[in-house]
Design a protein around this ligand. Structure first.
Ligand SMILES: [Ca+2]
Ligand SMILES: [Ca+2]
Length: 479
């Protein structure tokens, strides 16, 4: 191994002459410095003494001068960089377990900013470690190098469609350089050579990275609630992560959803992102985000692909029937009469709640249901429902949670109850056929269609109703 050691000190005039044993010519400087001049001055003093004294005295003086010089060395400043070892001096970085890494070790005798670079045969520099503050310590600093440096481009690179963050150096003979500099300008540089052979330079490329749609509203309203993320990985990797980055730098992990391909294996990988809302989490706030896909191979090469993603109307929806209270029009009725209700829906969340008709005030006949009014179930819509003991389906009578343009606002052609708003909902049911059980319970619910009926919104305030058949006057029900 070729070693070149350079010591440069801002205060070198105080450096003892014998300290020059550490000195050699630097890569860039060939002129003598103050320390060399000091050495010459010391030699001149010795010859003057030789002339003035007898041989015994000269021997004694020489002895004392040497002793004093050695003492000065022992007490003088230690070199900034010491005990630098880079071994082995040849590696084959291909993750086969054989000579994949070299160990870089050095001791720092003062706090300093340290960088580690490599230079190829054309003297192009590659950064392994950018300037980094390191502390003085008795134990040596150790770092392993496996051929991977900060991003660089090669003339033969095609248009990659992703950003290279860390990249393997191609085979060749490189000069490594460890440079340290203290705050007061003392600087030390140590260099040597490292040979790289059989480097695995195939990048862990990411192709076809797509985020669709580019705007989404994670609020369980059934409209643009999810984002599909796809990417193709060009080689097996050690890790593949997809993350959402806010403009403020907050990062959310997006878990891989469909395992079309074994994790970290080459091939298609897909993600189905809902903002975490289906797991009960508040989704990320409205704003502009970037989705990052980062692949890292076993040598440590890293690439990142990015796509923008906008989030709007985000929020975990929460709604209640206010106080769980329902006002019913009656508890006894004659067949063909109507049972009416009044309740208040409260949006207890920061997001808009989507709803559909029929609108409050609508009267159903007991032999029909919401489909007859042209309002089928819609995933993500909230509706108030009425149900009863002997109904054949869940909440056959449903109403919107407010009136368009009064309680509700229109967004992209859909009607929404705004955040933290309340709306009074009324409706009636005309009982046109005798129920199979009589008397019986009628109750209300707040349904989040195709999502859930929260327990607190299910079977709210049951009303025990007796229905009289006019063809059987005077008879109590059921007899
Ligand atoms: Ca190897
Ligand atoms: Ca939505």
């Amino acid at each position: 191994m070729e070693w070149r050691v350079e010591q440069m000190s801002a205060d070198i005039t105080r450096t003892p002459s014998l300290y020059l044993s550490f000195y050699a010519k630097s890569r860039s400087s060939a002129s003598p410095n103050q320390a060399e001049l000091d050495y010459i001055t010391t030699a001149g003093t010795l010859s003057a003494l030789q002339e003035a004294m007898d041989p015994m005295k000269i021997l004694r003086w020489t002895f004392w001068i040497l002793l004093a010089s050695l003492w000065m060395v022992g007490c003088g400043p230690r070199p900034l960089l010491e005990d630098v070892i880079v071994a082995p001096d040849a590696i084959s970085p291909n993750a086969d377990g054989v000579a994949d890494l070299t160990r870089i070790e050095f001791r720092l005798n003062a706090n300093a900013t340290v960088s580690i670079k490599l230079y190829d045969e054309s003297d192009i520099a590659y950064t392994f470690r950018p300037p980094t503050r390191l502390g003085r310590s008795e134990a040596p600093h150790t770092v392993y190098f496996g051929g991977v440096v900060d991003a660089f481009s090669l003339p033969a690179d095609p248009d990659l469609g992703y950003e290279i963050v860390k990249r393997m150096l191609p085979d060749g003979v490189y000069t490594w350089e460890i440079a340290a500099e203290t705050d007061d300008g003392e600087r030390a540089v140590v260099t040597g050579t490292l040979t790289i052979t059989d480097a695995d330079t195939e990048l862990p490329g990411i192709r076809g990275f797509s985020v669709s749609p580019p705007r989404f509203s994670p609020n369980q309203d059934g409209i643009a609630d999810r984002v599909r993320i796809n990417l193709f990985l060009e080689k097996d990797v050690e890790s593949l992560t997809v993350t959402l980055h806010s403009e403020e730098g907050v990062v959310d992990h997006i878990p891989e959803d469909e395992r079309r391909t074994r994790p970290n294996a080459a091939g298609w990988h897909t993600y189905d992102y809902d903002g975490g809302i289906d797991a009960g989490s508040e989704p990320p706030a409205d704003g502009l985000y970037t989705v990052h896909a980062e692949a890292r191979d076993r040598m440590g090469q890293v690439v990142i692909a990015t796509q923008p993603l906008e989030i709007y109307n985000a929020g975990l929806p929460r709604a209640y029937i206010l106080y769980g209270e329902v006002e019913y029009s009656t508890t006894t009725m004659v067949l063909s009469e109507t049972l009416c209700f009044t309740l208040t829906v409260e949006n207890d969340s920061a997001t808009y709640l989507r709803t559909t008709g029929p609108w409050p005030g609508t009267t159903y006949r007991s032999d029909e249901n919401f489909n007859a009014h042209g309002w089928s179930e819609e995933s993500g819509a909230f509706r108030v429902g009425m149900d009863f003991d002997t109904s054949l389906r869940n909440y056959p009578f449903r109403w919107g949670i407010g009136h368009p343009d009064i309680d509700l606002v229109e967004i992209n052609g859909y009607w929404y109850l705004p955040p933290h708003a309340r709306a009074v909902v009324t409706g009636c049911l005309q009982i046109v056929d005798m129920p199979a059980r009589n008397p019986l319970y009628y109750w209300m619910g707040l349904i989040h269609e195709d999502v859930q009926i929260a327990a607190v919104n299910n079977r709210v305030n049951p009303n025990f109703v007796t229905v009289w058949d006019p063809d059987e006057p005077g008879l109590p029900p059921g007899e």
